[in-house]
Write a protein that binds this ligand. Structure first.
Ligand SMILES: C[S@@+](CC[C@H](N)C(=O)[O-])C[C@H]1O[C@@H](n2cnc3c(N)ncnc32)[C@H](O)[C@@H]1O
Length: 479
């Protein structure tokens, strides 16, 4: 079946098992039993009740589904599959089915990559497991492309199973990066954003699956860089960003009026927030800067003692419900592995009528010569955060009841000249060095340093134009 035909009436959802059980069983029967002549037991799993089930509906009919069983780090499955011991949860992917007429549509692959991506971001299992019978030798190869490797062959009550595991942080991380790319390309193929796992876990009362403890420690930004090397660059960038953003400040008209708390999450060295605090457009708020990094908070406190600085993180801010007027996040969302969880937390702490004010670079708008574009793309491929996140943020925010009410873009560009900074309405021309400074952090990533060096050489030897958009989005929590 053609993509155009499918996408005109396609829906992908996390299915509440009790509600969709009959359709799930009917689909498994059609595919496994009637289609492939396999045994009846495949229709049901003893773990279905506790599983997460993702389904694709075309014209309101379930045409593809996948189940993921979430196991605590001990239990029957460990004996059944002779699995290695674990400290955290493990996840089994199972019963991936697709009606024969949908073969070639990549719907099953879309479901598998969504499930992997969302489960990794939210539950972060210690490892993934699949158990395949001999009849599924092609599927075995397919799973191997996602980092699974053969673990052992075991005898189960239903015959021999080849157990494959995706295990080890490096394996999981590179598989995750790969899966993210699939989700992105299939999302644009079907023009359908993935459904929210977080919302679903809330609905089924399973927020206990969330790996909040790990997420609370995560700092994707600084983990791959050295604070002392990064600090001067970040300070210079914050000053520049403030200049770039000044024309936008006049246009922003959706912030609730002061008094009230203006919380900057991911405040870094505090340069940006302290400049905002002195700007007449933001007069009257009570400013608070928050960053996960102790070094950043120490630096901010020493530099700007008139502002309150707190060490804390975007997933669990410690603020009371409905207590903050404005949450500002500058160059933060690009560095979060679970932006939706941060949105959930921000929604919780915002007062009704409060606003989330996001400002970020969007690398999908990067323009420049091929060699430099390639560097940006290669970095995107390896980065655990997402420098295109502003493309997805409106949908993720909507899942969390935050509505996009205002947007602005400023193009930062250099035309190969050593000009002074020229700030205009929607374009800021940066000097050559300043523009390049927006990308020098890439040099610190070993995996892409080669691409960086070639791009840098090209940039400074051949005067050329490069540009990227710095975008602002304002979201509101309903009154
Ligand atoms: C690129 S810097 C931006 C700093 C500042 N907003 C600016 O524009 O100058 C990103 C900052 O986010 C912080 N950060 C990363 N993950 C965070 C999290 N989960 N919660 C709070 N801060 C985080 C980093 O420590 C870093 O200081």
């Amino acid at each position: 079946m053609k993509v155009a035909e499918i996408k005109s009436n396609l829906e992908i959802i996390w299915m509440n098992f009790d509600q969709y059980k009959d359709q799930i069983y009917a689909l498994r029967k059609a595919v496994f039993v009637d289609g492939q002549g396999l045994e009846d037991y495949l229709m049901q799993s003893p773990y279905d009740n506790q599983g997460l089930h993702l389904g694709a509906f075309h014209n309101n009919r379930l045409v593809s589904s996948l189940s993921a069983y979430i196991f605590p780090p001990q239990g029957k499955i460990f004996e059944e599959f002779e699995l290695p011991a674990a400290k955290r949860r493990i996840v089994q992917f199972s019963r991936r089915v697709e009606l024969p007429e949908y073969r070639g549509s990549r719907l099953a692959e879309f479901l598998a990559s969504i499930a992997w991506k969302k489960i990794f971001e939210t539950i972060h299992p210690e490892y993934f497991v699949v158990g395949l019978s001999d009849t599924h030798s092609r599927l075995r190869l397919y799973y191997k492309t996602f980092g699974f490797s053969s673990y052992k062959t075991v005898e189960t009550t239903h015959g021999q199973r080849h157990i494959l595991l995706a295990k080890g942080e490096d394996v999981l991380k590179s598989a995750y990066i790969r899966v993210k790319k699939y989700v992105q390309s299939l999302t644009s193929r079907y023009e359908l954003p993935p459904p929210s796992l977080l919302r679903f876990l809330e609905e089924i009362d399973h927020m206990d699956y969330l790996i909040l403890g790990e997420l609370k420690k995560e700092n994707l930004y600084i983990d791959s860089l050295l604070f002392k090397d990064e600090l001067p660059r970040l300070i210079a960038q914050a000053r520049l960003l403030y200049l770039i953003q000044e024309p936008v400040f006049n246009k922003i008209n959706h912030l609730p009026p002061p008094p009230g708390t203006f919380l900057d999450i991911g405040c870094g060295p505090g340069v940006y927030l302290s400049a905002i605090a002195q700007n007449e457009h933001f007069k009257g708020y009570d400013f608070v800067g928050m960053d996960i990094s102790k070094d950043m908070i120490t630096y901010s406190s020493l530099s700007y003692p008139n502002i309150r600085w707190i060490q804390g993180n975007a997933y669990d801010t410690g603020f009371a419900d409905n207590s903050v007027s404005v949450v500002h996040a500058g160059f933060l969302f690009i560095h979060l592995s679970n932006p939706e969880l941060a949105l959930m937390e921000i929604y919780r702490i915002l007062k009704p009528g409060g606003a989330l004010y996001v400002m970020d670079v969007n690398d999908s708008t990067f323009e420049g010569p091929k060699l430099i574009k390639r560097m940006v793309q290669k970095h995107k491929d390896i980065y655990e955060g997402n420098r295109d996140i502003l493309n997805d943020l409106p949908t993720l925010a909507q899942n969390q009841h935050l509505k996009l009410v205002q947007e602005h873009s400023i193009t930062a560009k250099n035309t190969g000249q050593e000009n002074e900074v020229k700030v205009q309405e929607n374009v800021t021309e940066l000097g050559r060095m300043y523009m390049w400074a927006m990308y020098v952090f890439i040099a610190q990533r070993e995996e892409v340093v080669e691409y960086y060096q070639k791009a840098e050489e090209h940039y400074f030897k051949n005067p050329c134009q490069i540009s990227v958009q710095v975008q602002t989005q304002i979201y509101k929590k309903e009154e």
